[in-house]
Design a protein around this ligand. Structure first.
Ligand code: URA
Ligand code: SF4
Length: 227
């Protein structure tokens, strides 16, 4: 299949009109089946095995009282791309996995649009427990939960981080810049200076489908960093 046909399918999957990105050839990288997978890092296995049960039993903030279960994160421990969202919603709280609701379906399509299967990336949230009624995470909760995400990033050592939505972007980057202004900027995380791409949250894109073309621009940036 030619890149153009494949590109058209991907854009279709994301619900983006095909005439938007014809001029860009960058998607050819999506043909590489290895683009989301790193070399095995054996010694990190132990790290994950210790970390996950700690999170499962975490009571560092009050959210532990109202959660059904923690939502640790999911995907490949060898992922090059780490996607960071906000916090579990009702579906995630019930199933114990991030991004499994409607927003998650769109996130999967967004990943597919850059040739990545959900299973080959890693997906986590700022908070591991659901805030009641899906309210915004409180600053004290973010502070309590932060060490878990920091350790996940240290174990994963991704090539790129994609922060989806204002809450993820602002908390990860310690910024109060509005999300629209964070998009397209060069950010990096931690002492290893992992590039961070900021984009809209898929739940927002479901409400504002016109913004999908901007998200598509952000996803192309992700591909550039992965290349
Ligand atoms: N929204 C998020 O930010 N994270 C999830 O896991 C689900 C919905
Ligand atoms: Fe622990 Fe984070 Fe859950 Fe709070 S939100 S109880 S810090 S895992």
């Amino acid at each position: 299949m030619s890149v153009t046909e494949q590109q058209r399918r991907y854009l279709d999957a994301m619900g983006i009109p095909v005439w938007l990105s014809r001029d860009n050839a960058i998607l050819s990288d999506a043909d590489d089946p290895d683009s989301g997978v790193a070399v095995l890092q054996d010694d990190s296995m132990l790290g994950w095995e210790i970390l996950q049960p700690q999170v499962t039993s975490c009571t560092r903030c009050d959210l532990h009282k109202t959660r059904t279960q923690t939502v640790f994160g999911t995907g490949s421990h060898n992922a090059h791309l780490l996607v960071i969202g906000e916090a579990p919603g009702a579906d995630e709280d019930r199933q114990g996995e991030p991004f499994v609701g409607r927003a998650g379906k769109l996130l999967n399509e967004m990943l597919r649009a850059i040739g990545l299967q959900r299973e080959t990336v890693y997906i986590a949230n700022i908070l591991k427990c659901r805030p009641p009624d899906n309210r915004d995470p409180r600053p004290d909760e973010v502070i309590c939960c932060e060490p878990w995400l920091r350790q996940q990033i240290a174990l994963l050592q991704p090539k790129v981080i994609l922060a989806v939505g204002r809450i993820a972007a602002q908390n990860l980057l310690k910024s109060d810049v509005r999300i629209g202004a964070m998009r397209g900027q060069r950010y990096s995380y931690g002492e290893n200076q992992i590039p961070v791409v900021v984009t809209y949250h898929p739940a927002y894109l479901l409400r504002s489908p016109k913004e999908k073309r901007k998200a598509w621009e952000d996803l192309k940036l992700v591909l550039q960093y992965l290349a």
